[in-house]
Ligand binder design. Structure first.
Ligand SMILES: [Zn+2]
Length: 430
């Protein structure tokens, strides 16, 4: 974890205020300190984000896996996580005479997936990825909304590769990182190289090699960086990236580690070209950091109204004009939901103008009022953000709303190997 600067300008609402005012998530003493609960609107945002993440990772050569949130303590003991991170892990508990933990890292689980069968050198690199919640007992005084929570839904990946492929894999990661962060509207990225300290596992040659490879990967990607002595993990040097939002707040999000130690400790092997058993390098990497922290950064950077449309929880607000119009409004919303649209009915006892204004404040792109005329004719007048009113049929309305939910192209504008280079990159955040 890196230290992060305080907001340079505090005139914008914090993600905690936005989360409360727009009903996106809650962190309550009843559930437990630092444990994040996503309410329906926030869960919609998170689903949209995660679906895009999975599509982009498939497109870029990753295989998505799913692993349990707890397991036998020995698994994390083997990788020495229990020695180095015990103070941030929830206490062990007994199940049928065996000691279990809530996971604080995915590494040993992805190594188990790799080890489900014998792997040959031609199969590498194997890139396993998942978004999975880790549980960390961050001290109460350090908790800070979604930024420092005890549920950390890391977008984690482990890339198993031959040692000679570490540099190209590193450069490939930086390329995907930049493309993906740009799709979310982040351009100001500040990498740092975290190097070894006296607590790290021994191995001068492997530490030097891994550090050199990270530096070479940064150079190949054309990224400037600063040095952060002692900023490595106990097993590997790392490149962390501070993402700076429009207010000057720095968010520690992407993280890449080149590791020659855990695969050896965990018995991870492949068959080399010479038929001998060999130990792969493992790149541990997150790109968003954690979904919680990334959503906090997104909210503070864009505000709720300024979020990219495809991430918005609601694309159309349906307003019954007066009492008695609710069932027609709900019927329209139900039909649009069957088409896959993100729709909400606002039937609060408030004047139509007030409900319409609230939708605008929340950045809901489209509003439609439903009264007796609409119910009778099936024609609607949809109002957009600019205040324009357009007459539309049901089919046109449905297409308009669904278009707003379309995520960026998962290829993210990457050139196609051996094929045509795409220039119509749909990676804008708008
Ligand atoms: Zn890992």
């Amino acid at each position: 974890m890196t230290s992060a600067t305080a907001p340079a300008d505090s005139s914008h609402p914090s993600h905690r205020e936005l989360g409360r005012d727009h009903d996106l998530f809650m962190i309550s003493p009843e559930v437990g300190r630092g444990l994040v609960t996503w309410t329906p609107r926030g869960a919609r945002l998170r689903h949209a984000l995660e679906e895009f993440w999975r599509a982009a990772h498939h497109a870029h050569g990753y295989e998505v896996v799913m692993t349990p949130h707890l397991g036998r303590a020995g698994l994390w003991g083997e990788s020495r996580q229990l020695d180095f991170h015990r103070e941030t892990m929830f206490p062990e508990f007994d199940v049928e005479g065996s000691s279990y933990v809530a996971k604080g890292a995915n590494c040993p689980l992805h190594m188990q997936v790799f080890r489900t069968r014998t792997r040959g050198h031609r199969e590498l690199p194997v890139r396993l990825a998942e978004i999975s919640t880790l549980y960390r007992q961050t001290p109460a005084g350090a908790l800070k909304g979604l930024r420092y929570a005890r549920t950390v839904s890391q977008d984690d990946s482990h890339i198993f590769c031959r040692p000679e492929d570490v540099v190209p894999e590193t450069a490939r990661y930086f390329d995907l990182m930049r493309r993906m962060l740009r799709a979310f509207g982040f351009e100001d990225l500040r990498p740092y190289l975290g190097t070894r300290d006296e607590r790290s596992v021994p191995g001068d040659d492997t530490w030097r090699r891994a550090t050199d490879q990270l530096v070479q990967g940064l150079r190949e990607a054309g990224l400037d960086y600063r040095e952060a002595p002692g900023g490595a993990t106990y097993y590997a040097p790392r490149v962390g990236v501070d993402v700076v939002d429009r207010w000057g707040t720095s968010w520690p999000l992407p993280d890449l580690q080149v590791d020659y130690h855990l695969p050896r400790m965990c018995g991870v092997e492949y068959t080399g070209a010479d038929g001998r058993r060999a130990v792969p390098a493992v790149l541990h990497r997150t790109l968003l950091g954690s979904v919680e922290r990334f959503v906090a950064a997104l909210l503070e950077h864009h505000g709720v109204a300024g979020l990219p449309d495809w991430l918005k929880p609601v694309h159309l607000s349906v307003l019954p004009v007066r009492e008695g119009d609710e069932s027609a409004a709900r019927a329209l919303a139900d039909a649009l939901r069957l088409d896959g649209a993100r729709v909400a009915v606002d039937d609060r006892r408030l004047p139509l103008g007030a409900r319409s204004g609230r939708a605008r404040e929340e950045g809901v792109p489209l509003v439609v009022a439903v009264g007796p005329d609409e119910a009778r004719t099936g024609g609607y007048r949809v109002r957009d953000r600019a205040g324009r009113r357009t007459p539309v049929s049901y089919g046109e309305l449905s297409a308009m709303v669904r278009r707003l939910g379309r995520a960026p192209d998962p290829a993210l504008g990457a050139p196609r190997p051996g094929g045509p280079v795409r220039t119509d990159a749909a990676t804008s955040a708008a």
